[in-house]
Ligand binder design. Structure first.
Ligand code: HEM
Ligand code: HEM
Length: 215
């Protein structure tokens, strides 16, 4: 029977993130102002997701989908995926993507390009360090691209085996295996805390940016 696997916040997080990452890529060269704004929004989304990973619905929680090596090996050997949500291998790819994106945003804040344009915290580094950070920002982006390609290949791989993962990420609903515990959704107040944290992150970065360009 179809059950709610992914709550609305997790789905919105996912599709907004995918859209903003694509937008950040497109805008980095000719539209740096938009690039930075999009990056601040990604930072807000990531802070929200980190909160949701400890306080959100059961399928969004890191403790629920990050399994030790034994769990991953058992899954690879054909064991059952266990609780509904990310499987043990997918769980680690999600963690890797989130981690790299946190790094991407952090480097972006200090990055400087050849035209002396930079993120809102560039005043705290000298020009050469900012340039080097900008280069690392570009290198890490390629790592992120690699992870995204793997992500899409994995989703395609499951689709080829007639396991539809995309549908549940859109509608939230999917089939839960027999005997598996149904997901538990988080209460509204936790969502409100997460939205406040994410919104505050965006607001603070935006404020730092407006302060940086006022000098
Ligand atoms: C707070 C967030 C961010 C800020 C402030 C920021 C800032 C910057 C700045 C100042 C540059 C120019 C430096 C350079 O070209 O070396 C840049 C380049 C770039 N950014 Fe960001 N960025 C942010 C987030 C992101 C995100 C989330 C992505 C992708 C997912 C991204 C992808 C890129 C790419 C691909 C470049 C070009 C790098 C290169 O030319 O080698 N940035 N960013
Ligand atoms: C820039 C592009 C993308 C990024 C950065 C990205 C990132 C992520 C992340 C972080 C998650 C974990 C969701 C969570 O627990 O919060 C996820 C899950 C998922 N993504 Fe993406 N995604 C991207 C594009 C796409 C696209 C284009 C599709 C569909 C064609 C897709 C399909 C899925 C599916 C089906 C899941 C759930 C996987 C599962 O059932 O375990 N993603 N993605």
């Amino acid at each position: 029977m179809p059950t709610l696997i992914w709550d609305l916040p997790t789905r919105l997080f996912h599709w907004l993130l995918a859209a903003l990452v694509a937008f950040s890529w497109w805008s980095h060269e000719a539209h740096l102002d938009w690039h930075k704004l999009s990056g601040f929004a990604i930072a807000g989304l990531l802070v929200f997701r980190l909160w949701w990973g400890v306080a959100g619905s059961s399928t969004a929680r890191f403790a629920g989908f990050l399994k030790g090596p034994a769990g991953v090996v058992a899954y690879l050997k054909g064991g059952a995926a266990g609780a509904p949500g990310h499987n043990p291998l997918g769980g680690w790819s999600v963690a890797a993507m989130l981690l790299v994106m946190v790094g991407q945003v952090a480097l972006g804040l200090f990055a400087i390009n050849d035209d002396f344009e930079g993120g809102p915290l560039t005043r705290y580094v000298d020009y050469d360090t900012g340039l080097a950070i900008g280069e690392w920002h570009g290198i890490l982006f390629n790592v992120l691209l690699g992870l995204i390609v793997l992500h899409l290949l994995a989703v395609g791989f499951y689709a080829a085996r007639r396991q539809n993962l995309i549908g549940p990420m859109i509608t939230g609903r999917g089939t839960v295996g027999e005997g598996a515990t149904p997901p538990v959704m988080a209460p509204l107040w936790r969502l409100l805390v997460g939205l406040t944290l994410g919104g505050a992150t965006f607001g603070i970065l935006y404020w730092l940016e407006s302060r940086a360009s006022a000098f």
